[in-house]
Design a binder for this molecule. Structure first.
Ligand SMILES: *Cc1c(COP(=O)(O)O)cnc(C)c1O
Length: 456
């Protein structure tokens, strides 16, 4: 075996051990490790010695985020198919900027087509793989801006923003969406906030109607949500799309993880009308369980995306039926992130992904039912999808923070803080293919043991 191959074998052995330890190693590394200062080596120490240092200094301080009990944020794991494909992606190191020298762009086109089918979306949509929902939401903001400009006879991509008047309406935008709107020049603090329906994070349609009627801006953009991050609420897309049609507004839907609910026949109706969006965001590194970083942006207006992202340089022209993805996204040079998506969908099919989604929703439901019955804890929002939002009963903010710290310091599970309707709580989100009912039972036991600390 060559020395290079020996190092790869060693890494394979390390990964195999890491994977088999996932259920038993501490789920979170909460001690905030800081490596001591060290100068850049003048001459390298070699691959073998560098991997030694990884094993000694980095590996012990990793979280078990691809494991079954990492319930923070909305975090997917890595399936065997996705891992194999992601390794291949690095090994073959294709640059998916342009077609013409490799099949990689064609595989991305196929992966996008399969994602549309997975999500039951019409092929009027086209798009591009992104590094995540944040960059997909940015593309949504930029396409919406271009569209709003064209309605005012201004080609923003070429002429700039001067003179464009645009209003943005949203009820509960994800923080990354607000960031994207800021990048696009709309102003993070300049979003017209729409009231929520009672007991929900979804938009009150009457309030949206009123706000859109009142706005004198010729450009209008509505940001809707399919699965808000704490309440997992869905907007009424048909009603929102009707209003957008009446006002010539662009409708962007942030469906980062919520789009996967379409795979569950009981939840599919929540997504009715989502196919009327002008643009849509979804994340593959969440419920599709492919490694970071992997998201997708879809739009019905390919010409607008090309206006926004097109690159012109003589050495960059090709003629091919396969898209030049460089002209559809933020980056020119891009990772072959289609491969893990393509290979996962091939390996597990729609049925496999549906099973993860349904299992995770059942686990969330079981955890919520336990919280509800526990007495020592209370749900802050009903669990309808994969998120459980709770706190020790009647706890103030400091007690909630202390409880979350106790939970995460246990090493048994990792959860994240949340805020809904001004109430602080703890969020557990289920989106990992490895999670089992027995994991939920274990964590109910942990919470039971901690409960006396928050009494009174
Ligand atoms: C996770 C999430 C995002 C941000 O996604 P990243 O993949 O972290 O960039 C945006 N919107 C929603 C609704 C999300 O759940």
């Amino acid at each position: 075996m060559s020395d290079d191959a020996a190092q790869l074998s060693r890494v394979l052995a390390w990964v195999t051990a890491f994977e088999s330890d996932l259920a038993s190693r501490p789920v979170a590394c909460v001690n905030d490790p800081h490596p001591p200062p060290e100068d850049l080596p003048e001459s390298g120490i070699g691959v073998a010695a560098s991997i030694d240092r990884f094993e000694a200094e980095v590996a012990p301080h990793l979280s078990a985020s691809p494991g079954p009990k990492y319930w923070g944020f909305v975090t997917g794991g890595v399936t065997p198919a996705a891992l194999a494909a992601d390794w291949l992606t690095s090994a073959v190191d294709q640059n998916v900027a342009l077609p013409g020298d490799s099949i990689a762009s064609a595989v991305e086109a196929r992966a996008l087509d399969w994602l549309l089918q997975l999500f039951s979306l019409p092929d009027a949509f086209s798009g591009v793989l992104t590094s995540g929902a944040t960059s997909a939401n940015l593309l949504g903001s930029l396409c919406a801006r271009q569209y709003a400009g064209l309605r005012q006879s201004i080609d923003v991509a070429r002429q700039g923003l001067h003179g464009v008047r645009t209003a943005v309406f949203s009820a509960t935008p994800h923080a990354s969406m607000v960031k994207g709107l800021g990048f696009a020049g709309f102003g993070r603090d300049n979003i017209t906030t729409i009231r929520c329906r009672a007991g929900s994070e979804a938009m009150d349609i009457a309030d949206l109607r009123l706000a859109m009627q009142r706005s004198a801006n010729p450009g209008k953009i509505v940001i809707a949500s399919a699965g808000t991050v704490t309440g997992t609420d869905y907007d009424d897309f048909d009603a929102v799309a009707d209003l957008c049609a009446a006002h010539g507004a662009w409708l962007h839907v942030d469906a980062a993880f919520g789009l996967f609910a379409v795979l569950d026949p009981e939840k599919k109706p929540w997504l009715r009308g989502v196919e009327r969006a002008d643009s849509l965001t979804a994340d593959c590194h969440k419920w599709l369980n492919v490694p970071y970083d992997s998201g997708v942006f879809f739009t019905r207006h390919e010409e607008i995306l090309l206006d926004v992202c097109g690159v012109s340089a003589p050495y960059l022209t090709v003629s091919s039926d396969t898209p030049a993805f460089m002209n559809r996204g933020i980056e020119n040079s891009r990772r072959f992130r289609a491969l893990p998506i393509w290979l996962s969908l091939l390996a597990y099919g729609r049925e496999g992904v549906r099973e993860w989604v349904q299992d995770n929703c059942r686990q969330a439901e079981a955890f919520a039912a336990w919280i509800n019955a526990a007495g020592a804890y209370e749900l802050l929002t009903p669990c309808r999808l994969n998120v459980v939002f709770f706190r020790p009963t009647d706890a103030d903010q400091a007690t909630v923070a202390r409880c979350l710290n106790d939970i995460n310091s246990s090493g048994e599970v990792f959860m994240s803080p949340g805020l809904a309707k001004g109430r602080a709580g703890i969020r557990a989100a289920f989106s990992n293919w490895r999670t089992r009912t027995s994991d939920v039972e274990q964590i109910c036991g942990l919470l039971d043991g901690l409960a006396p600390r928050y009494a009174g």
